[in-house]
Design a protein around this ligand. Structure first.
Ligand SMILES: [Fe+2]
Ligand SMILES: [Fe+2]
Length: 309
C-alpha cells in the first residue's frame, strides 16, 4: 500500500481497536428522547429556502423538519448497499489478515446498525412532529433494492470512492450542526444522532482509504481515470433519489399546512429543495479536502471529471 500518501500511517488493527472503543447502541443514543418540533432541528443552510419570500415562518420550520427527516431517510437507504458491497470484498479471501477482515465485517455491521439508527430517527421525527413525512423509498423496498443492484453493478473502486465521499460528508454534517447551534439551536437529539453516526464513520473512511489503495495499485493510469466515469454514474443514481425526496418534501408541506402553491412557486420550491439536498448530501463530501486529496492522488484527469482541480 506504500506509494499512496492518503493511506500512509493507517492500519487495520488500529481501526478495529478504535471501532470497539467508540461503539454505541441505538437505545443509548435515543434514551427515550424526542425531537423538539417547536424549533428548527437542522441548520437553515441545509434547507436553503430562507430567500423564498412566499414561505412564512411556520412553513420554513416545517421544511426544516422535512429536511431532518429526508437526511435520515436517504442516508439510511443509501447505506443498504454497504454490507453486500463489503461482503463481496471479504469473500475474495477468507484467510487474509484477521484484522483487515474484522475491520471490514465490523464496517458492514455498523452500517446495518446505522440503518436502524436512521429508521428510528424517521419514526421518532413523525411522533415528535405529529404528522407523517413523505418517503421516496417505499416500505416494500422496491426502490432501495433497485438502487442497491444498480450500485453493485459498478466495480468496487468507484463504489469505495462514493462511500468515502458520503462518509466524509457525515463529518461536516456533525461539525456544522454543532457550529450553527449557537445561532440556531440545532436539536440536541438530532446532534447526538449525527455525532454517533460520525464517530463510527470516522473508522470507515480509514478502511476505505486502505481498500482504495489496494485496488488502485493493480490499475493503469487509464483505468484509474475511467474509474471516475463510474463515480459520476453513481452520482446520477443517487441524484434521482434527491429529486424524488424533494418532491416528497413539497408534498409533506402541503399536507401538513393545507397550503396551495401556484405552479411557479411549486417549481421554485422543488428546484431549491433538490439543489440543497444534493449539496448537503453529495456536494459536501465531493468537496471535502480529505476526499479531493484521494481523488487527485489517484488520477488528476479523473478528479477533473468531478470538478476537482
Ligand atoms: Fe453509516
Ligand atoms: Fe460508513
Amino acid at each position: 500500500m506504500e506509494g499512496y500518501e492518503f493511506s500512509r500511517g493507517l492500519d487495520h488493527a488500529s481501526i478495529v481497536a478504535a471501532s470497539e472503543r467508540v461503539a454505541w447502541t441505538v437505545d443509548e443514543v435515543f434514551r427515550d428522547r424526542r425531537f423538539d418540533a417547536s424549533q428548527p432541528m437542522v441548520p437553515a443552510s441545509w434547507v436553503g429556502t430562507q430567500g423564498l419570500s412566499f414561505l412564512d415562518h411556520h412553513e420554513q420550520r416545517i421544511l426544516n423538519h422535512c429536511r431532518a427527516f429526508s437526511y435520515a431517510h436517504l442516508l439510511g437507504n443509501f447505506e443498504e448497499f454497504a454490507p453486500p458491497h463489503l461482503g463481496g470484498i471479504v469473500q475474495q479471501d477468507w484467510h487474509d489478515d484477521r484484522a483487515r477482515l474484522r475491520a471490514l465485517l465490523r464496517f458492514g455491521d455498523e452500517e446495518m446498525k446505522h440503518q436502524q439508527l436512521l429508521r428510528r430517527t424517521e419514526l421518532v421525527l413523525e411522533q415528535s412532529c405529529g404528522h407523517p413525512f413523505g418517503r421516496y423509498f417505499d416500505d416494500d423496498k422496491v426502490r432501495v433494492t433497485a438502487l442497491t443492484n444498480a450500485i453493485l453493478a459498478h466495480p468496487p473502486l468507484p463504489r469505495f470512492l462514493m462511500v468515502l465521499a458520503l462518509e466524509w460528508g457525515t463529518q461536516r454534517h456533525y461539525v456544522e450542526s454543532i457550529r450553527d447551534q449557537a445561532a440556531e439551536r440545532g436539536d440536541p437529539l438530532y446532534v447526538d444522532v449525527l455525532k454517533a453516526h460520525w464517530v463510527e464513520e470516522a473508522q470507515h473512511v480509514k478502511s476505505d482509504a486502505l481498500e482504495i489503495a489496494l485496488l488502485a495499485r493493480e490499475m493503469s493510469p487509464d483505468e484509474l481515470g475511467g474509474t471516475f466515469d463510474h463515480v459520476l454514474a453513481l452520482g446520477g443514481l443517487v441524484d434521482a433519489a434527491f429529486a424524488g425526496q424533494a418532491d416528497e418534501e413539497v408534498e409533506t408541506l402541503r399536507q401538513a399546512t393545507g397550503r396551495r402553491f401556484s405552479d411557479a412557486e411549486a417549481t421554485t420550491l422543488r428546484d431549491t429543495l433538490h439543489r440543497s439536498l444534493s449539496a448537503i448530501m453529495a456536494g459536501v463530501g465531493l468537496t471535502h479536502p480529505s476526499f479531493t486529496k484521494v481523488a487527485i492522488e489517484l488520477s488528476r484527469d479523473g478528479a477533473a471529471k468531478l470538478g476537482i482541480a
